[in-house]
Ligand binder design. Structure first.
Ligand code: NAP
Length: 323
């Protein structure tokens, strides 16, 4: 079967290989899923670089998000049957034609969620929901709270702006490009400002949800946050951690890090099912819909990875492992 494989850490464009892999039968408690579409997310590529080498075992098949159709059932599985449309989570491996996964880590997809929405129903919607929940835990009500969202031009940034606006928060999207500023100003009832390392916006904020990190995040912490505020980091698109000096200079701020995988592995199935129900509702109302720039056959993974690295890319890329 068609698959990808990472056998050494490095630049994803150089170390993600297209391979012909053996197809195995599902073991007890497992199902085989024929993957229909998988997403390419920044979080798929970070482990490939070796950034988490202490907790990443080589070789591995990348891809944390996508959906497929159950094709074979292992012994003892009664919750799923061949033909069910599911989202398999809990480990990487979606960038291949057939995936084996414990049935308990597969979540059934409603029929009315279309294929492209199904392929992006997991990572960003569930993370956005958890980020907003973390703010609610800190502040109680978010009404009129001044909340800044960095990298607001990203897929998850757009979701956060809409979710927070729905909580009646006073939301500011911080973007690095005019293109994103124009697009977001039309998409959600929020303020949008330009900001990067060379221009830190003049804002007063109660909280920042950050996916950029680096000196830019450090400047925002020092210059914009009110005492008693919160800073939640969930990404580092700059490739640089948030400076410790900035964190230490603000003992009056609550700092936290949110990682979806940590939540998923501790939440339990009923909480994950409840989060998926909210994701599906958000997809039906377009709140969680991601713009799709292109769908690539898995056999053209090299072209897909080049496009992923293009700073002018305008939306998510999907992989079709069936071709
Ligand atoms: N912690 C978790 O569990 C978790 C879960 C989901 C996502 N994330 C993180 O969320 C971030 C976004 O993910 P995504 O799937 O939404 O990505 P995406 O849709 O591929 O977003 C890419 C966009 O982010 C903006 N961007 C990239 N680098 C930037 C930088 N240095 N400064 C400001 N903006 C930048 C760019 O927008 P413009 O150039 O158009 O402005 C770019 O088009 C990633 O860091 C990812 O790892 C974390």
């Amino acid at each position: 079967m068609r698959s990808t494989l990472v056998s050494q850490f490095g630049d994803p464009r150089q170390v993600i290989a297209l391979v012909d892999a053996e197809r195995h039968a599902p073991g007890p408690g497992e199902v085989e899923v024929a993957v229909s579409l998988a997403a390419i997310n920044p979080s798929d590529l970070i482990p490939v670089t070796g950034a988490y080498s202490a907790r990443t075992t080589l070789p591995f098949v990348p891809g944390f998000e996508g959906f497929g159709i159950v094709t074979r059932i292992g012994a003892g599985v009664s919750s799923l049957k061949a033909g069910d449309r599911v989202i398999p989570i809990g480990a990487s491996g979606l960038w291949q034609e057939y995936l084996l996964r414990p049935a308990e880590w597969c979540f059934r997809l409603p029929d009315d969620i279309d294929d492209r929405d199904a392929a992006t129903a997991y990572v960003n919607p569930l993370t956005a929901l958890q980020l907003v929940e973390a703010l609610r835990t800190h502040f109680g009500s978010l009404e009129r709270r001044r909340i800044g969202v960095t990298a607001a031009g990203s897929a998850i940034g757009g979701m956060l702006l809409k979710l927070l606006a729905g909580e009646s928060a006073d939301v500011t999207g911080i973007v690095r490009s005019e293109r994103s500023a124009d697009r977001l100003a039309q998409a959600a009832p929020v303020a949008v400002v330009l900001g990067d390392e060379s221009r830190v916006p003049q804002l007063r904020l109660d909280a920042i949800i950050d996916a950029v990190g680096g000196p830019f995040a450090g400047d925002l912490i020092l210059r914009t946050l009110e005492p008693g505020g919160a800073f939640i980091q969930y990404g580092a698109l700059s490739g640089i951690p948030v400076p410790q000096a900035a964190i230490q200079a603000r003992p009056d701020i609550r700092f936290s890090f949110l990682w979806l995988r940590t939540w998923v592995h501790s939440a339990g199935r009923p909480a994950i099912e409840a989060a998926f129900s909210k994701s599906f509702a958000g997809l039906r109302s377009s709140l969680f819909s991601s713009r799709i720039a292109e769908v690539y056959p898995l056999s053209r993974i090299d072209a897909a990875l080049r496009h992923q690295a293009d700073p002018c890319r305008d939306g998510k890329l999907l992989l079709d492992p069936r071709c």
